[in-house]
Design a protein around this ligand. Structure first.
Ligand code: FES
Ligand code: FES
Length: 242
């Protein structure tokens, strides 16, 4: 014997209001409604139907559109290089993938860590945020142009002397950034840590260095010794312990 109430079926499913009943459609429950709606949607996706063709087109992976490669001349560490690059290639990828200059590191690839810092016309930039084609007439210096193992730049020597690194992944970017930062301070550029922004003479204490180097992250947390290394070069230009 059934105990169904009017408008209900077994499974405690409530009837869906019908469009023209003004209330309960007696033979259409939610499950049937969803089943029929799904069937209708599926039919519209059948091959040959306009909606199906449109949906299939949206789902079909299109080949990646490739921009035409163009010749690019880059002056890096004093040497001219002619490359053929798509305009969307970043300076970082041009250095690493096309020129094999692996000293410049890719950390975040989105301008947040500073691992990719290089010098362009003496200024530090994040090479992951800059397109190679934008630098045709620029003078680019990477860590390979800063120093070599047998002939370290004073900043590199200071990092070694003050133990300013652990894994070393951030170090090329830190060194490039620190070199440019010293020049900025010498020019009198102020920072958020400069007590008197009207002053043309910047005293590079630890607070100034931390603020000015805040764009270069170190995952190993070698910051105290990085600051000491930079401070020592700022004081005597050689990185000797002061
Ligand atoms: S890799 Fe360029 S800022 Fe992180
Ligand atoms: S030394 Fe490892 S990330 Fe800085």
């Amino acid at each position: 014997m059934t105990t169904e109430k009017p408008g209900e079926e077994q499974g405690h499913e409530r009837a869906v209001p019908g469009p023209d009943t003004g209330g309960v459609g007696p033979r259409l429950n939610r499950r049937k409604f969803l089943q029929s709606a799904g069937a209708m949607a599926g039919a519209s996706l059948l091959p040959g139907s306009p909606a199906g063709a449109k949906a299939a087109s949206a789902l079909t992976p299109h080949p990646t559109s490739e921009a035409a490669a163009v010749p690019v001349r880059l002056r890096i560490n004093g040497t001219e290089h002619t490359l053929t690059l798509e305009p969307r290639v970043t300076l970082l990828d041009a250095l690493r993938e096309h020129l094999g200059l692996m000293g410049t590191k890719k950390g975040c690839d989105r301008g947040q860590c500073g691992a990719c810092t290089v010098l362009v016309n003496g200024r530090r930039i994040n090479s992951c945020l800059s397109l190679a084609v934008m630098h045709e007439r620029d003078d680019i210096v990477t860590i390979e142009g800063i120093g070599q193992p047998e002939h370290l730049h004073p900043m590199q020597a200071a990092f070694v002397r003050h133990d300013g690194f652990q894994c070393g992944y951030c170090t090329p970017g830190q060194v490039c950034s620190a070199i440019a930062m010293l020049q900025e301070a010498q020019r009198g550029d102020v920072s958020a840590a400069t007590p008197d922004v009207r002053s043309t003479r910047v005293i590079l204490n630890a607070d100034e260095i931390r603020e000015r180097m805040s764009g270069n992250l170190c995952r190993c947390g070698a910051y105290p010794n990085i600051v000491k290394a930079i401070e020592s070069v700022a004081k005597n230009g050689t990185g000797e312990r002061g």
